[in-house]
Ligand binder design. Structure first.
Ligand code: GRF
Length: 216
């Protein structure tokens, strides 16, 4: 009897800019045998440079430009409709720089994932690298987490850390962190695709077979 074909996990990725996390996820799926498909890369801006990379890979791309909508609610409604047509198992935010409304988040409850460049709950919002330097932290990092209506909050799936060096600027620290972001997000995508990640009703994350979800 032929082996049953394993269903591929469907991802939609939202970006606003260069999309290096998106690129790394697409490449990890392609090279690491992750049972997943990136159904579409969607941006809120036609100037997102990651879009042309995605197009060159033959991926479906869409632009839902926030500036074309009078309100955040209208934009989110259009975005939700666009995302929904791809029937994703998960929506991955990868440098998506718009705050999503609860209406959007509820549409994909427990299925939206974000990467944030800090060790949450430290430093939600912007300028995280400078904040880590200003706080004289010796370690900085990134967090991949489920998205909830509260900004840069929500249950943590995995974190990565890097040292903060004495002479760091926000730019050098960001550059040191980026490859760790790529590693952590690709690992989480693998866990999601393999069906290992559970969000419990009390808001905890359990990853089957993984005792510690921190990376260097
Ligand atoms: C990353 O630092 C990510 O953590 C943050 O925005 C940046 C996006 O970078 N949310 P890229 O577009 O994935 O290169």
């Amino acid at each position: 009897m032929p082996n049953a074909v394993k269903k591929k996990c469907r991802f939609v990725i939202l970006i606003s800019g260069r999309g290096s996390n998106m690129q790394n996820i697409v490449q990890a799926i392609g090279t690491q045998g992750i049972p997943a498909k990136v159904c579409a890369v969607i941006s809120n801006s036609d100037r997102a440079t990651g879009l042309s990379w995605a197009r060159d890979q033959g991926l479906q791309t869409e632009v839902i430009a926030h500036k074309d909508y009078a309100t955040r609610a209208q934009f989110d409604n259009a975005l939700a409709q666009c995302v929904q047509q791809y029937q994703p198992d998960y929506v991955l935010l990868a440098g998506f720089m718009r705050i999503l409304t609860p209406a959007f988040i509820n549409c994909f409850q427990g299925r939206i994932i974000n990467i944030h460049p800090s060790l949450l709950p430290l430093f939600p919002g912007l300028n995280t690298h400078q904040q880590a330097i200003d706080a004289q932290l010796q370690w900085h990092g990134c967090t991949v987490h489920f998205v909830t209506p509260e900004l840069d909050s929500g249950p943590t799936i995995a974190q990565g850390v890097v040292p903060v060096l004495q002479d760091d600027s926000a730019d050098t620290l960001a550059a040191r962190l980026l490859p760790v972001e790529h590693k952590v997000y690709a690992q989480v995508v693998d866990w999601l695709a393999q069906g290992q990640v559970t969000l419990t009703p009390d808001g905890r994350v359990v990853v089957e077979g993984v005792a510690h979800r921190g990376m260097l």
